[in-house]
Design a protein around this ligand. Structure first.
Ligand code: IMP
Ligand code: MG
Length: 173
């Protein structure tokens, strides 16, 4: 796979911005009055979370979990939880934010990891969903864009740790 400066655009930064505003509104209404902790999955979640949380004006706490499974463009099948949340989420409404729902292995493992902390509910928000790739039965409550089965980079998504800074979502040839 070539390291190009300008991957082919799949989702523009304008479309991302509009969709993130709508997701923020929806999440705000759904969690209003609840004790909410948002947990983002490092590191792909960084730009998406940064933009999304500024569209959620209700009170909430923010924490991180660090999971990793990819080498090059292939999921290794083994998900490693490198860092767990520090905040106490017992009885909390938890909203997990990730960049992409692909095979579902990562979010399945994370959801199971959280069960031991007894949150009152766990919801999932992803920027991108590749439903055709699903192996584990994971359902995302909030989805930015459904995309076809292609390896994408940008807006947090990486290829070997590069391209997270791209302001749009693109494909590599
Ligand atoms: P899953 O465990 O297969 O659902 O994969 C989820 C994780 O794999 C995401 O959080 C991403 O870090 C990574 N991933 C999956 N598909 C892509 C892609 O097309 N580009 C970059 N990273 C991806
Ligand atoms: Mg990744």
């Amino acid at each position: 796979m070539n390291m190009v400066e300008k991957p082919t655009q799949l989702v523009s930064k304008e479309d991302i911005k509009k969709r993130v505003q709508l997701l923020g509104k929806q999440i705000t209404e759904d969690f209003r009055g609840k004790s909410l902790t948002i947990i983002c999955v490092m590191k792909g979640c960084i730009p998406f979370t940064a933009d999304l949380i500024r569209n959620i004006p209700i009170p909430f706490k923010l924490d991180i979990i660090h999971a990793s499974s990819y080498i090059n463009t292939e999921s290794t099948g083994t998900v490693n939880i490198l860092f767990e949340p520090v905040l106490d989420i017992r009885g909390e409404s938890v909203l997990i934010i990730d960049d992409i729902l692909d095979t579902g292995r990562t979010l399945s493992k994370i959801t199971k990891t959280f069960q031991k902390y007894s949150p009152s509910e766990t919801k999932i928000c992803v920027l991108l969903d590749k439903p055709s790739r699903r192996i584990e039965p994971v359902y995302a409550d909030y989805v930015g864009f459904e995309i076809p089965n292609a390896f994408v980079v940008g807006y947090g998504l990486d290829y070997n740790e590069y391209y997270r800074n791209l302001p749009y979502i693109g494909t590599l040839e």
